[in-house]
Design a protein around this ligand. Structure first.
Ligand code: SIN
Length: 305
């Protein structure tokens, strides 16, 4: 009989899953219980798991196909496992890594693509003695607590998501940044999303949005600031304090998150992330020309690799 135990960690999100060794094959009953807990709590924490990259990949595949990371610069991926994005502030090949300051503003993973990730599984390999937490906001509650009039207004609104709004991107290697921008021209997504499994609506906002379509810049900026402040209210947030060996799995279809830079940057912080491929294309490129340029680039890369 399964020893799996699920203990809520927060009101808005977060539950700890114990009594399971993620290196072992997952049976159908446990997979179902984990998936149900994931849909309910949005962020699951599996403490004290020591997984090799391959074991992390195998576990992640229980919940969907893995993103192949076409949106990321190849130098930021694990050398032997391209399914893993390496988030590290350590030097890579003697140079600052392209992910040394990743995730530092509120975002939903890969919202700058037409098919944002379904979810992610992040494994803590090294962490600073203090700080470097990650916060997650429940975007269902964010939507549901808006007034009916505001919800109605947002139903038909679309937002422009832009990779160049990643906080601190200008501090990264310019060649890597140029690569990221070419892979990810601005995309348009609806502001209200419907979760494909729960059928619940959520507010699809964050700090990588440039503005809303069909409204003035001034209106956009005020509305965006209001929605982001609302969505990330402390009541809607779970804050995770990492331990080495934690594996976190979050539902990207109804949450956003931020990796805090509140730690001594001379201390290593290393995380391995698998992203679950998005299930549906919810966005479109803002301009045809940028989309064609991106396709050409990806074809050229495929031809030489
Ligand atoms: C991410 O934004 O996916 C990374 C979160 C983290 O490093 O804590």
């Amino acid at each position: 009989m399964s020893t799996l135990t699920i203990t809520p960690l927060g009101f808005a999100a977060g539950a700890e899953v114990t009594g399971i060794d993620l290196r072992k094959p997952l049976d159908a009953a446990d997979r179902l219980r984990i998936n149900e807990a994931w849909l309910r709590h949005l962020v699951l924490v599996f403490p004290r798991q020591e997984l090799t990259p391959q074991e992390q990949i195998v576990f992640a595949r229980n919940f969907g196909a893995l993103d192949q990371h076409e949106s990321q610069a190849p130098q930021t991926l694990h050398a032997d496992h391209h399914e893993i994005l390496v988030l590290t502030n350590k030097l890579v090949g003697g140079k600052q890594s392209g992910t040394h300051n990743s995730g530092r503003n509120w975002h939903t993973d890969l919202s700058y693509t037409t098919c944002p990730a379904k979810g992610a599984l992040l494994h803590c390999k090294e962490k600073p003695p203090v700080g470097g937490d990650t916060m997650f906001a429940n975007l269902y509650i964010a939507y549901e607590t808006l007034s009916p009039t505001m919800r109605k207004l947002l139903e038909s609104l679309e937002a422009l998501h832009d990779v160049s709004l990643i906080r601190g991107i200008e501090q990264r290697d310019p060649a890597l940044v140029a690569d990221m921008k070419r892979r990810n021209p601005p995309v348009i997504h609806p502001v209200v999303r419907v979760h494909p499994e729960t059928g619940r609506k959520s507010l699809f906002v964050g700090q990588r949005i440039r503005g809303f379509l069909g409204v003035s810049d001034e209106e956009s900026q005020s509305l965006l600031a209001m929605l982001n402040a609302h969505a990330t209210s402390p009541e809607f947030v779970y804050r995770h304090r990492w331990s080495v060996g934690d594996l976190l799995m979050w539902d990207n279809r109804c949450s956003c998150h931020v990796a805090l830079g509140d730690f001594d940057q001379t201390k290593p912080r290393v995380m391995y992330r698998c992203s679950l491929q998005g299930q549906e294309v919810t966005g479109r490129f803002a301009t045809e020309a940028a989309a064609a340029d991106r396709d050409q680039m990806l074809q050229a890369v495929a031809a030489v690799s």
